[in-house]
Write a protein that binds this ligand. Structure first.
Ligand SMILES: Cc1cc2nc3c(=O)[nH]c(=O)nc-3n(C[C@H](O)[C@H](O)[C@H](O)COP(=O)(O)O)c2cc1C
Length: 262
């Protein structure tokens, strides 16, 4: 699948086939994609605990509730708990040295010395602030996004689930205090049509992106839109005519109680 199509197909898949296992190598490909994502200072603070439902203890499964659409956790054959290891920031100096060694940053013969004398003391001083929520979460999000695209590229469906009590999940799963749970992600084979209703409605392009000055909309070239539509990135965001019937079928087949909202 081309990247454009993988981006176009990516949407939250809430209805998964509970009985169809996910091959471990497909999960590995997701994790490999996450590992290669960019991170400030090449620090790499993203971590994951992959929970295979058929191997998980009841205690672990009970630690993963979601306030929204709780049935999703019950359906998913695999649940990835993405978390952030703040201690990774303590090793920022080594990560920067590696970048200098491979020639990714810095120029000339003095670059190693300059790194030691100027940049590393700054990083050391900033370390406590850099552990706070912010930039790290953004970088972890890049990794999770790459993993999500890798999932869709392999025919899987996923949905990220937030939690009102991420620290409670951390404690119940026995993760160290230095970690912050970010999100749990269900993974499995879709029980619904790959379009899952249709591409989700988004805010107008011109209201989101600016060119050269705040408030000046980035011009949207219709020829590009047409090209991306042909490539499959931009898809119809109106649900197809039989979506309601599909939802009714999914509710019956997957025995989902209630309206699936909470
Ligand atoms: C960090 C994060 C947390 C989310 N939490 C939930 C959740 O708890 N329950 C849920 O059904 N969807 C959750 N979602 C999915 C969003 O609702 C979804 O991305 C949004 O509806 C847009 O749809 P799309 O992903 O299909 O494009 C979450 C998404 C993200 C990125």
């Amino acid at each position: 699948m081309e990247l454009s199509e993988a981006i176009g197909r990516r949407r939250s898949i809430r209805y998964l086939l509970p009985h169809k296992p996910v091959e471990r190598e497909k999960i590995q490909r997701m994790l490999e994609a996450a590992r290669l994502a960019s991170h400030w200072g090449n620090v790499g603070s993203l971590r994951a605990l992959v929970v295979e439902r058929d191997k998980a203890s009841q205690e672990v499964l009970d630690a993963l509730p979601s306030p929204v659409g709780g049935f999703q956790i019950q359906l998913a054959p695999v649940i990835i708990v993405w978390f952030l290891e703040t201690d990774a920031i303590d090793h920022a100096g080594d990560r920067l040295r590696e970048l200098v060694e491979v020639g990714a940053i810095g120029l000339g013969d003095n670059r190693r010395e300059t790194l030691e004398k100027t940049l590393l003391p700054i990083f050391k001083q900033l370390a406590p602030a850099m552990k706070l929520p912010g930039l790290n979460e953004l970088d972890c999000g890049q990794g999770i996004a790459q993993a999500t695209l890798a999932a869709f590229d392999q025919g899987l469906g996923t949905c990220c689930l937030g939690s009102a009590n991420p620290d409670g999940i951390r404690q119940q799963l026995g993760l160290p205090e230095s970690c912050r749970v970010l999100v749990t992600q269900t993974v499995g084979y879709p029980a619904e049509d790959y379009r899952a209703g249709g591409q989700r409605p988004r805010q107008p392009f011109g209201e989101l992106f600016y060119l050269n000055a705040y408030g000046e909309s980035f011009p949207r070239d219709e020829a590009v839109v047409e090209e991306l539509t042909l490539e499959g990135m931009i898809q119809d965001s109106k649900p197809y005519s039989w979506r309601e019937e599909e939802l009714a079928y999914l509710q019956r087949a997957l025995e989902i109680k209630g309206d699936g909202i909470v």
